[in-house]
Ligand binder design. Structure first.
Ligand code: GRF
Length: 216
């Protein structure tokens, strides 16, 4: 019998707030057979609840307030140094409120993923975050929303889509009720996307991704 041993990917999760997706990733790694280890949690906000979640699980944390360093280049250098020191292979953005520097993206090509609370490419892009997304969905009259995990590229919310799930909009939805149902979907979608990335299971062709056909 042949057994392929996959080396666990070391993952950094970038957060800014509540951290419910971080929690879903931690739990997913623990029970869904994802060949990954959450090795670092990075926040731009020292008060982020997500940091407490990380500490509860014994995951190292690092806080990088954007104003703490002399300029954007020094900020990027500090981030990169910390990521290299922790030997990070993959980055998951989970409610991180800052745009990642180009130099960081270039250092992790097709190795940074993000979760967005709509069916991209609809309701994404600059300024489309948090409740604004759900308000815009309701204002548009769309009957379906959902969640998307995608590879991060320079253009905000425009990278190749790894997976998506649909959430029907209810007639009496408010932004809050819709957000809650989308969030529940996010929590099962993100671990699924991380599993695909950690297993190197994706073929990426332009904006299209598909699960690689294995020869074995
Ligand atoms: C989620 O809705 C995610 O899609 C978006 O930011 C929110 C983060 O929530 N990018 P949480 O901090 O993971 O609870």
């Amino acid at each position: 019998m042949t057994m392929s041993i996959i080396k666990k990917k070391r993952v950094a999760v970038f957060v800014s707030g509540r951290g419910s997706n971080l929690q879903a990733l931690i739990e997913g790694v623990a029970k869904d057979g994802i060949p990954a280890e959450i090795a670092l949690v990075i926040s731009n906000k020292p008060e982020a609840l997500a940091l407490q979640r990380a500490e509860r699980h014994g995951i190292p944390i690092a806080v990088f307030p954007p104003t703490g360093l002399p300029g954007p280049e020094a900020y990027t250098d500090a981030l990169l140094e910390r990521l290299y020191k922790a030997e990070i292979d993959l980055i998951c953005l989970a409610g991180f409120t800052r745009i990642l520097p180009s130099r960081l993206l270039a250092a992790f090509p097709q190795r940074v993923i993000n979760i967005h609370p709509s069916l991209l490419p609809a309701f994404g892009g600059k300024g489309m975050y948090g409740m604004r997304v759900h308000r815009a969905v309701l204002a548009s009259g769309a009957k379906y929303s959902g969640a998307t995990v995608h590879i991060v590229t320079e253009e905000i919310d425009c990278g190749p889509i790894i997976c998506q799930e649909v959430v029907p909009v209810a007639d009496d939805d408010t932004p809050e009720t819709l957000a809650q149902r989308v969030l529940e979907v996010e929590h099962r979608l993100y671990p699924r996307a991380l599993k695909l990335m950690a297993e190197d299971a994706l073929e990426i062709n332009g904006l299209r991704t598909r699960i690689r056909q294995r020869a074995d």
